[in-house]
Design a binder for this molecule. Structure first.
Ligand code: CTP
Ligand code: MG
Length: 165
């Protein structure tokens, strides 16, 4: 029997550090780009939107959520660390691929924008704690696409982002 907790509540609790790690740079990012302006083959390695401050703020914010959750689920501290690092690893891979395809920073790239971060977060965390079961993972993938759309529209309305995707 799949319970509401297993299908909905636990997957949300589990993935929350990744969402926060992914969203925090919109608030706390900016400044020096991680690739220091360097190019490969005439194209920026990552582009101006992937910053040192965003990376650090994102990973730290995700770890704080994992720490808070670890008061209730002890393994969530380590899972939160893995999810946060995985999130940013995936995010940087996404930008790397977008730059190789010649897309400008902030241009929309279907699947890359929505899913690279969450897939890498789950991969990085998979060896550590209790992954949600397969239905929980499917639920995470579905809500990630929806939340990505909604949070980006919200950030655009609040003028935190120039584009609504
Ligand atoms: N951000 C940051 N540092 C990071 C990641 C993100 O400062 N390491 C900030 C940037 O202001 C960025 C915003 O968070 O514009 C949203 O991130 P994201 O949507 O991942 O980047 P894009 O603007 O879409 O850039 P790209 O095309 O490189 O994915
Ligand atoms: Mg984007």
């Amino acid at each position: 029997m799949i319970t509401f907790y297993d299908l909905i509540i636990y997957p949300i609790l589990y993935i929350l550090p990744a969402y926060v790690a992914n969203g925090a740079p919109v608030l706390f990012g900016g400044g020096m780009p991680l690739d220091l302006g360097k190019k490969i083959g005439g194209k920026r390695i990552l582009g101006d939107h992937k910053t040192i401050k965003g990376l650090i703020a994102g990973i730290c914010s995700g770890i704080i959520i994992g720490f808070v959750e670890s008061q209730y689920l002890p393994y969530m501290l380590l899972v939160g660390i893995a999810l946060s690092i995985g999130t940013h690893f995936g995010d940087l891979i996404g930008s790397f691929v977008k730059r190789r395809l010649g897309l400008k920073p902030g241009a929309s790239a279907f699947l890359l924008d929505q899913y690279t971060f969450v897939v890498f977060a789950l991969l990085f965390a998979s060896p550590i704690g209790q992954m949600p079961d397969v239905y929980g993972i499917i639920f995470i993938l579905i809500i990630t696409g929806i939340l990505h759309k909604l949070t980006n529209m919200g950030a655009h309305m609040l003028r935190l982002k120039n584009v609504s995707w």
